[in-house]
Design a protein around this ligand. Structure first.
Ligand SMILES: C[S@@+](CC[C@H](N)C(=O)[O-])C[C@H]1O[C@@H](n2cnc3c(N)ncnc32)[C@H](O)[C@@H]1O
Length: 436
């Protein structure tokens, strides 16, 4: 947000006006996905002006509104209420309450909050319709989607991310006072007894075991990982735009088939903790020369079962196996082992252990073989989103790391960092490691 000393109201307002004019000239009414950088710039200046100029108590109270608003959209997502609002139409409170099997007055109060914050918009008043009980005070009140609320619909990839934001973030945050009272004012030292597992009433389980206890939440989590809208979800993998250009893997893959005969199969590329294969799908689309049958997807049993059920297109020929990355890597000698968005979930000791298994798996006789760590890094000057991810990782017993922290982990695991690649547009990085 910047310091008070940095802030000049008139300069900021002039910048806002200048960019607002540019945006108005560049955007067609109703089209929302164009000029995202300009939109971000206008929104962030406007937010900064509001923060610096509003009466102080208003700034504090605004957070209370956010707390309530999260409660409102979260329960509507859970009840799939946004799905019942037509994209090009409206629904009455009475009809929505009937669809949700909920009390009309309750639905009206929750909807009112979302109307007040602009997350929903009022629809036209309806005179009456035959299905509406005439005595209902909500008979002619209708609501419609705003430009934001379609993102909360079940079919939208952002929707499971919202569910995860509540489950991984807000729910543990709400329990922080009790958690730190019981476990002391320190970072969780291990994967058990984390704020996350405490908040989900399974304090002695590790986060992934907690999720397995709540299959609906685990499924929302797995779907959220497929979303391109989350950090690291839109990784460009080859060419100049890529944080780390994986084109070489395709070239090597052609040789690698011969190098390791098929009857004694060694994977060329292993996606360790690869979820439903979302990264592999992109890798196989972009990396010329790499074939699906050269790739291995590893994850927990319930995730691999789901990945096998869903496999189609390019994933159909990918080899899939249940594998715990805390244990020895059974498929040794691969060319590339990828850990995307894995280590940030873990404290240092567990991270070193995960890396060590991959260091041991790297072939002794191929200096090109790599372990690639792909995830969000801790920025030198962290943005609010960067800090958010870091404290959410605190809930899970993990953390964001910077280059020095990654180097320390790699060295302790018997690896050598041969490249630290960063994105200048985002906070993503790729740590390229070879056997030490
Ligand atoms: C944050 S997600 C990242 C998924 C994927 N790598 C990506 O970037 O989209 C972490 C993944 O690690 C998996 N996972 C958690 N614990 C695991 C374990 N002990 N062994 C293997 N996979 C595990 C989870 O099921 C999940 O798919």
């Amino acid at each position: 947000m910047g310091s008070v000393q940095d802030f000049h109201l008139v300069t900021a307002a002039e910048n806002l006006l200048k960019n607002a004019k540019k945006l108005a000239a560049a955007t067609a009414p109703g089209v929302d996905d164009n000029e995202p950088e300009l939109r971000r710039c206008v929104a962030s200046t406007a937010k900064k002006i509001a923060f610096m100029t509003a009466p102080r108590v208003d700034v504090v109270k605004e957070d209370w509104v956010t707390l309530a608003e999260v409660g409102a959209w979260n329960i509507f997502i859970e009840w799939e209420a946004f799905d019942f609002i037509p994209l090009n139409g409206y629904i009455s409170i009475v009809d929505l309450a009937r669809e949700l099997d909920a009390q009309e007055s309750l639905v009206a109060r929750i909807a009112n909050l979302l109307l007040a914050t602009g997350k929903l918009l009022p629809g036209p008043p309806v005179a009456s319709c035959s299905s509406t009980p005439p005595q209902s005070p909500y008979a002619n009140i209708t609501i419609r989607h705003s430009r934001i609320s379609p993102l909360y619909m079940t079919s939208h990839p952002v929707s499971p991310l919202c569910t995860v934001a509540v489950g991984n973030a807000m729910r543990p945050f709400a329990r922080w006072p009790d958690y730190f009272d019981i476990y002391g004012r320190c970072e969780p030292p291990e994967q058990r007894f984390t704020p996350f597992s405490f908040a989900w009433d399974c304090p002695d389980l590790e986060p992934w075991e907690v999720k397995a206890e709540y299959p609906d939440y685990a499924s929302a989590f797995a779907r959220s990982m497929q979303s391109k809208e989350m950090v690291g979800g839109d990784t460009v993998l080859v060419g100049e735009e890529a944080v780390y250009d994986m084109a070489w893997v395709g070239e090597e893959a052609k040789v690698f088939c011969n190098y390791k005969p098929w009857e004694n199969w060694t994977p060329t590329l292993v996606d360790v903790g690869g979820g439903l294969g979302q990264l592999l799908q992109d890798v196989l689309r972009d990396v010329d020369g790499l074939r699906p049958e050269q790739c291995l997807l590893q994850d927990r049993r319930e995730v691999i079962d789901k990945a096998k059920d869903n496999r189609d297109g390019v994933l159909a020929k990918v080899v899939m196996m249940e594998q715990d990355f805390h244990e020895e890597q059974p498929l040794k000698g691969g060319l590339v082992y990828i850990l995307r968005r894995i280590l940030l979930d873990y404290p240092d000791e567990a991270s070193v252990n995960i890396l060590q298994h991959l260091a041991d798996a790297l072939p002794d006789d191929n200096p090109k073989a790599r372990v690639l760590i792909m995830e969000e890094r801790l920025l030198e000057v962290p943005t609010t989103q960067n800090c958010l991810v870091d404290v959410v990782m605190l809930n899970l017993g993990g953390k964001l790391r910077n280059e020095a922290m990654f180097r320390e982990l790699a060295t302790a695991a018997g690896l050598r960092v041969v490249g630290f690649h960063v994105s200048h547009r985002t906070s993503n990085c790729v740590v390229e490691c070879a056997k030490a």
